[in-house]
Design a protein around this ligand. Structure first.
Ligand code: EPZ
Length: 431
């Protein structure tokens, strides 16, 4: 007996094609840096299209801990940073999610000091922050580290930041620190992800002068006082990729609104090569697969790479769809050391996948079968839901604390598209 302790699980019955339309939630990986950027605002901020996620709630908790008024009503978030004096993020908050490190740059810009411990979120392997710290140093702040954490002092003066890797988080931290710097800055070898462009749009809506996001070189004008403002967060391209993988796995025809097809062009290309019909418009993406025509293996190796390459976050969901296909597909995961933790559970559903270091060989089988499976990380959880949609019979997915970090009510999205999915509370089997 667990003394009444229960855990949420998803029951997903496969084999039913998905049909219908859905507006994709706002992007987790855009709203999180935008929330950190609210520390730079000189007045109230209102954000639309914000997803209801546990990571978003954690970021709002950090803002409140620092002294901001911050809250979410539905998909609208309001933040008033004018009362914020704090400069230390608690260890528990830092460990709650990887992107807590993104508060470092704006804290230094606002207060001239910051005290953080190392961020959590290590389920993908090593999650170093050396590029974040070198960027902060290049902008004129002192950074010291010891067993207890990271101590930064000094207001940024601006300068040249050279990133040895186009790190998304380090680019965002550098942008936020530079916006609050007294002088101008340039960030070279910056990440080019659409979420970086969204962050630039938000900062400029507050009165900043940031240019070049989406290219490898970003320039930031220093010494500008920012006001408050209103902004609408972009659609979540990885949630869109996950849902499209579900249609590829189960068959059917689905249209997704609220997402720019260009932000997931490489994923659409893979589904097209696998035999799906793909169509796209200004603000929508459609995917169809006749359930009687099996998915085809993709001849070229699917390499994950910084944008505009194939997104690492889509690797697991796309692999789950291709687990049931004709032929073999190779994956190469180049962004993280440990991002194949969904493979073991896909094997439990009948997949034939061999992993050697960074590469995974997926030998397509005719069909997966339902099983009791557990998510080990956020996108791996999305992948197991994709697999369940195409599998024979019913699957039970646990580990939803991972899934709820990035998918707002996944079962609701699947039901809206005709999927058979429900969330239940159950007592874990006594070990
Ligand atoms: C962001 O993580 C995303 N998270 C990740 O999405 C995404 O997988 C990743 O970018 C790559 O696109 C958020 O935006 C909140 P990186 P981030 O810094 O910023 C190495 C999801 O599922 N690196 O671009 O942490 C790092 O080890 C999440 O939504 C350093 O070596 O990614 C990795 O190998 C998972 N030193 C590579 O760069 C550093 O200082 C890319 O990491 C920083 C990173």
């Amino acid at each position: 007996m667990w003394g009444g302790f229960t855990m949420s699980v998803l029951y997903i019955r496969g084999g039913k094609p998905l049909e219908g339309e859905l507006t994709v939630q706002g992007a987790k990986n855009s709203v999180l840096p935008i929330l950190a950027a609210c520390l730079l605002a000189g007045g109230p901020v209102e954000l639309d299209n914000c997803p209801r996620l546990t990571d978003v709630a954690a970021a709002l908790g950090i803002l409140r801990h620092l002294g901001c008024q911050a809250g979410q009503e539905g998909h609208v978030i309001t933040v008033d940073p004018r009362g914020a004096e704090g400069s230390a993020v608690s260890e528990e908050q830092m460990r709650s999610m990887r992107s807590s490190i993104i508060f470092l740059g704006p804290l230094l810009a606002r207060t001239g000091q910051a005290r953080l411990t190392y961020p959590g979120g290590c389920e993908l392997g090593a999650r170093p922050i050396d590029l974040h710290l070198s960027a902060i140093r290049a902008l004129g702040c002192q950074v010291t580290e010891d067993a207890g954490g990271i101590y930064c002092r000094g207001r940024p003066v601006g300068g040249e930041v050279y990133l040895t890797l186009p790190s998304v988080g380090a680019t965002e931290n550098a942008m936020l620190c530079a916006v609050g710097a007294s002088g101008d800055s340039t960030i070279v070898n910056a990440a080019r992800e659409p979420e970086i462009v969204d962050l630039q749009g938000f900062l400029n809506a507050l009165g900043a002068r940031v240019r070049g996001a989406g290219s490898g070189v970003i320039t930031v004008e220093g010494g500008r006082r920012l006001g408050g403002g209103h902004y609408t967060v972009m659609g979540d391209r990885i949630v869109a990729a996950t849902l499209l993988a579900g249609v590829a796995a189960a068959g059917g025809h689905v249209a997704l609104r609220g997402v720019d097809w260009r932000s997931l062009a490489t994923v659409l290309s893979v589904f097209h090569q696998a035999g799906c019909q793909v169509a796209s418009g200004e603000d929508r993406v459609e995917l169809a697969r006749d359930p009687s025509c099996p998915l085809q293996a993709v001849r070229e190796i699917i390499h994950t790479a910084p944008y505009p390459g194939f997104p690492t976050d889509a690797q697991a969901p796309v692999m789950a769809a291709l687990a049931a296909s004709r032929g073999s597909t190779w994956f190469e995961e180049n962004m993280f050391d440990s991002r194949y933790r969904h493979v073991a559970e896909l094997r439990n559903m009948g997949a034939d996948i061999t992993v050697r270091g960074r590469t995974a060989l997926v030998r397509g089988v005719e069909r997966l079968h339902g099983a009791r499976v557990a998510a080990a990380d956020l996108r791996g959880g999305g992948a197991l839901a994709v697999a369940a949609l195409g599998a024979r019979g019913e699957s039970v997915l646990s580990g939803l604390h991972h899934v709820d970090r990035g998918y707002e009510c996944l079962e609701g999205m699947l039901r809206q598209l005709g999927g058979q999915a429900r969330r239940e509370e159950e007592e874990p089997a006594a070990s």
